[in-house]
Structure formats: C-alpha cells, structure tokens
Design a protein around this ligand. Structure first.
Ligand SMILES: *Cc1c(COP(=O)(O)O)cnc(C)c1O
Length: 381
C-alpha cells in the first residue's frame, strides 16, 4: 500500500534548470534573479512594488513595522490561522486582538470587528484562509472609517481575486509565502506587495541589515535584519510563477473532484463554493464533520486514515489555544466558540497538483468508511 502524502511540491525540469543556471553562475545572492522575481510577483499582484524576503513570517513582520505598530498597539486578526499571523504583532510588542470567524467561510467575521476596536487599535490583519478571499469591502470600509491600516495575510491565497482585484493588493501591504506546501514554492521564501513606494523602500532596507538604497555595504541607516532571499530561491520562484495559472487550474480541478464525492457523504461538510464576487486559489482541501461529531470522533477518523496510508491533518489548532498564547494572555477554551467548533471538526486531506482521480477516489472511500464506523460507534454508545 503506497502512502498518499498531504502535500507535494510540483517541480519539473525547467524548475531544476532555472536553479542550476544560478548555481553555475557567479551570483548566488543579491544578483539579478531577486528583482526579476519581485517584478513578476508585483505584476501578478497588480501592484507597483514587491519585496522578496526569506519567509512569509519575515514578510509579515516587516508589514507590522511598516504600519508603525509598537508597544501596546492593538491589531485585530483571526484566531483561525497559522500562528505566524499573530506572532508578527508580538515581534514589535503589539497585542493581537482576536475576533471570531464566519462559520461558512472560516475567515474573520467582519461583523465582529467594530466591537473589538479600542483607542489603541492601529491595524486590521485579515488572513485569507485556505485560499478563500476575506470580505474585503467590509473590512476596508471599517478600516477607512476608523483610520486603521490593513495588512493582508495572503500567504495561502496567491492568485485569488476579490471583485476582480488580486488578493494582497487591497490593503496597505499584502504578504505571500513560498514554503513547499504553498501553491508556488521557492523552497523557503515570502514577499511583501504594496503600492506605497516609501513602505517598499523601508522593507528593502530592513531585509538587508538596515542598509540604505545607495549607501555602502557597511553603512547601516536603521536597525535591520537579514531577511534576504537568495537568487537560487528567486530563480525557482520565477520558473514557478510562469506556470502559476496552470497550477491554480489544476488545483481547482482536484478540489472539484473531491467536492463532488464529499457531497455524497452526509456526515461531512465540503468547503463552501467560492462567493460570487471572488475567485479562490486552492491551498489545501479541508472538510469538516457535522456538528454532532466531537473532537474525539475527528481524531479517530484521522487515525484511521493514517493507518490506511492516507496522510491528513487537523488544520488549524486555534492560535488562542496554543500553549504559549494561553499562558501569556490567559486565553481558554470557550473564548472563540465558532473557531473552536470548526477547528475541532476539520480534516485536511491530501491535496497537490499531481493528485490523480484514482487517489482522490481512494481517499474518499477510506474517509467514508472511517466516518461511517465512527457513526456506528456513536450509535452504540
Ligand atoms: C504559510 C503561512 C505563513 C508564512 O509561513 P512561512 O513558513 O514563514 O513562510 C503565514 N501565514 C499563513 C496563514 C500561512 O499559511
């Protein structure tokens, strides 16, 4: 029995050739591939500037700095995300303020933002979760009214659109990430996109030890970091971005195959269709068990799938329930009930470009058996 992995990067001969070309040349870093990749990302996002950095987390950190977040400033964000989208606020001694999510889209519920605003609120950081654009009109309107900066975490959502506009281009800054499980990979990497020339120049300086644009190598104008992305990574990114449309189409096809089968399993809820004003960019394929199932049921289903060689996971553990957040902020179970209720019932299934129809069939067959047998156990209990 072969194992079906949870994710798998899609690397072909031209990706390998692009990397080899850099390895055979004189410049492994600070060479021409970095601005070329940035140009391609900026075009794709429909913005003037892109700044490539060594991870999505670094990119988020620089966006928080660019927004001027400091001691005691509050940033409104979602607890249903990867931990980095809240940690970036803590890097600058700000405070993440969570609002609960929409039970259907799993994105931050815009109807809950205003009641979370205080005199200390400086920014809203929406996360486009699993490749689904947030309700940006509402978020931008609230931000405008309260003079708040919007930072979009689009790490899972490159290529998606909201009312025709690329996700990541709607706030002051937007962030993409290129870890190998993302739609486009550079091995490790991230990028900040923005229309603000001053923000872009600051991010370029911060990522390169605080050096100025025209200053010397040992001239440091501000406190900076080494958040640079190498030419090796950028060459891979350039090769990948040429295929991005193809990649996104393929992923949408795999998602459609899954949804057709999942809708025939009554114990499961398939991901909602894309809202009419949006185009999704499929990052992962996550289903959830109906409300009558518990976390223990879900964990038993995960175990059963794994025992059959099907990798799967429980995305996301809510950020407020991470041990570090519980001990530092005193969060506990019950604080964000919709997030918790979704999070304890989700199952991320194998999802990648090359996943075959036969493999999707095998996953869904095992999944159906696993939930049916759990249902039978519950009936006896
Ligand atoms: C992947 C991801 C990031 C950034 O991850 P890195 O591993 O630092 O590149 C940030 N936020 C979300 C929501 C992500 O999925």
């Amino acid at each position: 029995m072969t194992t079906i992995p949870l994710s798998s990067p899609d690397l072909i001969d031209c990706d390998v050739a692009a990397v080899l070309e850099v390895l055979c040349g004189p410049r492994l870093s600070l060479g021409p591939k970095v601005p070329a990749f940035e140009q391609a990302i900026a075009e794709r996002a429909g913005v003037r500037h892109a700044v490539a950095v060594n991870s999505g987390t670094s990119a988020l950190h620089l966006c928080i700095k660019a927004a001027g977040i400091g001691e005691d400033d509050e940033v409104i964000t979602t607890p249903f995300s990867f931990v980095a989208s809240a940690n970036c606020v803590l890097f600058e001694n700000g405070t993440p303020v969570f609002v609960d999510i929409d039970p259907v889209t799993w994105n931050m519920d815009p109807g809950r933002i205003e009641q979370a605003i205080t005199p200390r609120t400086k920014a809203i950081l929406p996360v486009h979760v699993f490749g689904r654009p947030c309700a940006m009109d509402q978020i931008l309107e609230i931000a405008r009214r309260h003079r708040l900066t919007v930072i979009e975490d689009a790490c899972e959502t490159i290529g998606a659109r909201y009312k025709g506009r690329p996700v990541g281009s709607l706030g002051q800054t937007g962030v993409f990430a290129f870890y190998p499980n993302k739609q486009l990979t550079t091995g490790e990497g991230g990028a900040i996109v923005t229309d603000d020339a001053e923000v872009a120049a600051l991010c370029r300086s911060w990522r390169n030890q605080g050096r100025g644009e025209n200053g010397g190598w040992l001239q440091h104008e501000r406190l900076g970091y080494n958040y640079r992305l190498s030419d090796i990574n950028c060459a891979l990114g350039l090769a990948q971005i040429e295929r991005l449309d193809e990649i996104l189409t393929r992923r949408a096809c795999v998602a459609a195959l899954y949804t057709e089968k999942i809708r025939n399993i009554p114990e499961l809820i398939a991901p909602a269709d894309a809202e009419s004003e949006t185009e999704m960019s499929w990052f992962v394929y996550v289903v959830r068990l109906q409300d009558e199932f518990t976390r223990q049921d879900r964990d038993a289903v995960l175990e059963k799938l794994r025992s059959r060689g099907i990798e799967c996971n429980d995305y996301f553990t809510p950020i407020h329930l991470q041990p570090f957040y519980q001990s530092r902020f005193g969060f506990h179970y019950g604080d964000f009930p919709i997030t918790e209720s979704v999070a304890e019932r989700t199952i991320a299934l194998p999802f990648y470009n090359q996943l075959t129809e036969a493999a999707v069939e095998r996953v869904c067959r095992s999944l159906r058996e696993a939930v049916h047998s759990r249902q039978a156990t519950r009936a006896v209990a």
